[in-house]
Design a binder for this molecule. Sequence first.
Ligand code: 13P
Length: 246
Amino acid sequence: MRKLVAGNWKMNGNRENLLEIKKVSDRFSGSDVDIIVCPPFTLLSAAKEIAANIFIGAQNLHVDNSGAYTGEISADMLEDLGVTHAIIGHSERRTECSETNDVVARKVKTALKKKLNAIICIGESEPERKENKTLSVLKEQIYGSLKDITGTENIIVAYEPIWAIGTGRTPSLAEISTTHDSIRLNLLEMYGSSASNIPILYGGSVNGLNASEIFSVANVNGALVGGASLSFDTFSPIIKAIENKT
Ligand code: 13P
């Protein structure tokens, strides 16, 4: 399984910040890790031009490929730019833009048709965690977000506990292990043995200090990184940590 680190810039970054992406691309040329940076839509084209050694991804896409959808961006447009990945169903979009599992599944289907790699986000809220519902919530999200998706190619799953995003808090390694094992089992139930090749990323307050121990967990195949992906100095230790995972 290839190792993978993705940076989600969310609504951050202007043209002056492109240098951070270029530095990552230059420094990690030839790395055995798939490095993906997902800047805002406004920077996708420029990022693609200056960062030849890494992948550039989008943070969202529309269900349809064209039409009267003011302000939206389609998979066609992303493909046209050479974008290779798209984050779909991030918890911020599930919460703030009312993206249901059903919408997520339709977006995944659209992305896959264009051979975009779909980084599908799942994760429980703090109350759900406290009520011991984490594994059942995740199972429902996995089945719902992959509804009618028949193959495992170009699928990446990112487990991001909502309460760990941007908070500096992370689950214990034992919790991450239990959760990722359960996600793998759900995927195996759905797809059989081909699901063993689906990368499962952990996301939520990953940084240069905790990355190595998080990557030591068996079914953690990489990370989806928010804040720490915004600068070369904070992102590169995370990439080095996964490079060292055996
Ligand atoms: P942080 O790494 O800032 O906690 O964000 C995680 C995230 O939401 C990535 O998609």
